[in-house]
Write a protein that binds this ligand. Structure first.
Ligand SMILES: NC(=O)c1ccc[n+]([C@@H]2O[C@H](COP(=O)([O-])OP(=O)(O)OC[C@H]3O[C@@H](n4cnc5c(N)ncnc54)[C@H](OP(=O)(O)O)[C@@H]3O)[C@@H](O)[C@H]2O)c1
Length: 339
């Protein structure tokens, strides 16, 4: 009998939240339970946090530390810095010849304030709206840029991941059929994206703008890459309590809100990062040829706690916009490439 192929997975932002939970589930449910040989590359920006997460996972999952270090490897990358992403991809390709699944998970959401009365009004009157969009309670800063002058959310949440796909295309192709899974949010509705400000620098909602742009660009990449056996798709973790919301008051409100919303049958009130991974594990398992690039695979859960995957049709999939958006990012990426 042929021995199974040693698969390589990469997860950006694997040191915390959803990325950490996904790393743990993959190792426990695929490497340990199914005995599938694999390496999970934890792509993180902070070396100390990455090593702490790696050590904790090894302690929780492995008897043999050396085996744990073979399975769980670290790649340092700051997604908000294009040169760091290009360097990290070159490092990856020196270490690995293939990439089976790339989970584009890392993201930032900067919050400057929360309007508590709006928050409770929304929860009591429109729980489904809050579950989908987060409601009208969160204020984000306008005009944040990186040292390269790129919109901060745009750079970290979207452009860094775009560069990763482009730079890693040879190893994704080498593993065909391979999968690229972009994490988005149901809050990323069409209104938040304007191609005149595609980096979201002027936007009052730079997080949603970056996520919407990411989705639109993924639609185009799905078309461009499928002939190379690379299947690009979108997933949403629903609402989870993770470190993306750092303020303890907002975090406490989020937990209270999720409890009320789940009881009101609002969609995606997953609470835990493990439950948020439902759609990510599902996408790992399914036949790549059945993936629909115009669906958001959404982690959902019944009020009594059974997880399931909901297929949300992507709102307004405009392929002309997708082509124009991808072309903007392609031109920007070209400016950073070493000839
Ligand atoms: N939480 C939710 O309810 C929710 C809802 C919808 C969608 N999502 C999406 O789910 C994904 C995971 O979110 P989460 O809640 O797990 O967030 P999280 O706990 O804040 O984790 C985000 C991860 O991204 C990393 N990261 C941020 N900026 C980076 C950069 N420039 N370079 C490299 N890594 C970077 C963080 O690293 P550090 O630890 O170094 O900061 C962290 O590991 C995100 O794409 C998010 O948009 C979450």
């Amino acid at each position: 009998m042929e021995s199974p192929v040693h698969q390589i997975y990469m997860i950006t932002g694997a040191n915390s939240g959803l990325g950490y939970a996904l790393t743990k589930r993959l190792v426990a449910e695929v490497y340990i339970a199914k005995r599938q040989p694999m390496t999970v590359v934890m792509a993180c920006r902070n070396e100390a946090k990455a090593k702490a997460a790696q050590s904790q996972l090894i302690q929780d999952l492995f008897d043999d530390e050396d085996e744990g270090r073979q399975v769980l490897q670290i790649l340092l990358v700051d997604l908000s810095k294009p040169t760091s992403v290009i360097q990290a991809c070159a490092d990856f390709m020196k270490r690995f010849q293939r990439l089976d699944i790339l989970y584009l998970n890392a993201a930032i959401l900067n919050i400057t304030g929360v309007n508590i009365s709006n928050f409770f009004y929304n929860i009591l009157t429109r729980p489904s709206y809050v579950a989908k969009t987060g409601g009208d309670a969160i204020d984000q800063p306008r005009g944040l840029v990186t040292e390269d002058g790129l919109g901060l959310c745009f750079a970290a949440n979207t452009f860094g991941h775009y560069i990763m796909i482009k730079e890693l295309e040879p190893v994704l192709k080498a593993a065909q059929p391979s999968k690229v899974i972009y994490l988005t949010s149901t809050s990323a509705v069409p209104d938040y994206l304007s191609l005149d400000d595609y980096q979201g620098i002027e936007s009052a909602n730079p997080y949603e703008s970056s996520k919407r742009l990411g989705c639109v660009v993924m639609l185009q990449l799905a078309e461009l890459l499928k002939s190379s056996g690379i299947y690009v798709c979108m997933a949403s973790p629903g609402n989870i309590a993770s470190s993306i919301i750092e303020n303890p008051i907002i975090y406490a409100c989020q937990i209270g809100a999720l409890t009320m919303m789940r009881l009101a049958f609002a969609s995606g009130c997953n609470f835990t990062c493990e439950n948020g991974c439902t759609s990510l594990m599902y996408l790992r398992d399914i036949d790549p040829y059945t993936i629909d690039s115009k669906v958001i695979y959404h982690s959902d859960i019944w009020p009594w706690g059974n997880p399931f995957v909901k297929h949300l049709q992507f709102e307004s999939p405009d392929m002309k916009l997708a082509e124009a958006a991808e072309s903007l990012l392609h031109d920007l990426w070209s400016q950073y490439r070493v000839i």
